[in-house]
Design a protein around this ligand. Structure first.
Ligand code: GUN
Length: 296
C-alpha cells in the first residue's frame, strides 16, 4: 500500500487566512466595519506568550484590529473579570479570547462565563457550547473547526463514515464529536477509560487523536486507508538536550497504514489561529446585523 498522503495544514491555514483578509477588506469597503480581537494573557507562561504574539501578528496581517492585554501572574480573579467586563462593553472589540491555562487563583470557568457569548470567539461559553449541541448560531471552538476543514479538504464525503475521536475535552474532543455528527458521521467519543481502545480505533475511517500523550496511537491501531487527524502537540526531549514537538500518533508507523495524516507540527496547529480569525469576522458580522460568511 502507498504511503499516506500528508495533510498540509500550513497551506490550508494560509488559504483560510487569505479568505478572512478578503472578507475583512469587503466589510471595511461595504460597511465601514473593522473586526477587532482582544486577547488577554494572565502571567508569563512562555508558550502562551508565543501563542498570543502569533495571534496578534496574524490578526493585524488579516487587516483586523488586535489588542493584547497583559495582566500580572498574581492578578486576582476580580481583576481578570473587570478586564473582561471592560472588553464586553467596548464596541470596537468583537472577539475576546482569554488565553488558557490561567493561574491557580483565577477560576477559568468564572472567566469563560463572564465573556459576552456574542464575543466568545473561543466558543467555550456554555451558551455557545449549548448551541453547538442543540442547534443555533454558535461560535464554534477553533481547533475542532480547523480539524473539520482539513477533513473536508481530504475526503469527498464524510457522511456515513465511522469517526472515532480519542479525547473528551471541552476544547477539542466534545465539540469535534458534535461537528462530525453534524456531517452525518457515525461518531464514537473514546477516552482513557475506553475498553479495547486499539480495537475501537481500528474501526475508524476518520481517527482523531486529542489526548496529549506523545505517540500513544500506534500504527496497528489504524484502519488501512483511514484519515488520521493528530491534534496532539507534545514536547519531548531530544538527545542533544533540546526538545521537539510530536503528536499523539506514532507518525512513522501511521504513515505506512493511513490513507492521509496530519503532521505535527504543520497539521492542525496552524488551523487554530486561522479559525480564530474567521470566528472574529463571524462575531463582528453578527454584532452588526450583517450576514456572516459561510462557515466551513
Ligand atoms: N490555550 C491553548 N489553546 C487554547 C485555545 O484554543 N484558546 C484559549 N483561550 N486558550 C488556549
Amino acid at each position: 500500500m502507498a504511503e499516506a498522503r500528508i495533510i498540509d495544514g500550513k497551506t490550508c491555514a494560509a488559504g483560510v487566512r487569505a479568505e478572512v483578509a478578503a472578507q475583512v477588506a469587503a466589510l471595511g469597503r461595504d460597511h465601514g466595519l473593522t473586526p477587532g480581537l482582544a486577547v488577554v494573557l494572565v502571567g508569563e507562561d512562555p508558550a502562551s506568550a508565543v501563542y498570543v504574539r502569533n495571534k496578534g501578528r496574524q490578526t493585524e496581517a488579516a487587516g483586523m484590529n488586535g489588542w493584547q492585554h497583559r495582566l500580572a501572574a498574581d492578578a486576582t480573579e476580580a481583576e481578570v473579570l473587570a478586564k473582561v467586563a471592560a472588553l464586553n462593553a467596548d464596541p470596537a472589540v468583537h472577539g475576546i479570547l482569554v488565553q488558557l491555562p490561567l493561574p491557580a487563583q483565577v477560576e477559568a470557568r468564572a472567566v469563560i462565563e463572564a465573556i459576552d457569548p456574542a464575543k466568545d470567539v473561543d466558543g467555550f461559553h456554555p451558551i455557545n457550547a449549548g448551541r453547538l449541541v442543540a442547534g443555533g448560531e454558535a461560535l464554534v471552538p477553533c481547533t475542532p473547526r480547523g480539524c473539520l476543514i482539513l477533513l473536508r479538504e481530504t475526503l469527498d464525503d464524510l457522511a456515513g463514515a465511522e469517526a472515532v475521536v480519542v479525547g473528551r475535552s471541552n476544547i477539542v474532543g466534545k465539540p469535534l464529536a458534535l461537528l462530525l455528527l453534524g456531517q452525518n458521521c457515525t461518531v464514537t467519543l473514546a477516552h482513557s477509560r475506553t475498553r479495547d481502545l486499539a480495537g475501537v480505533c481500528r474501526r475508524a475511517d476518520i481517527l482523531v487523536a486529542a489526548v496529549g500523550r506523545a505517540g500513544m496511537i500506534r500504527g496497528d491501531w489504524i484502519k488501512p486507508g483511514a484519515a488520521v487527524i493528530d491534534v496532539g502537540i507534545n514536547r519531548v526531549p531530544t538527545e542533544s538536550g533540546k526538545h521537539r514537538l510530536v503528536g499523539d500518533v506514532a507518525f512513522d508507523e501511521a504513515l505506512a497504514v493511513a490513507g492521509a495524516i496530519t503532521p505535527v507540527p504543520g497539521g492542525v496547529g496552524p488551523m487554530t489561529i486561522a479559525c480564530l480569525l474567521a470566528n472574529t469576522v463571524t462575531a463582528a458580522c453578527r454584532q452588526h446585523g450583517i450576514a456572516p460568511p459561510e462557515a466551513a
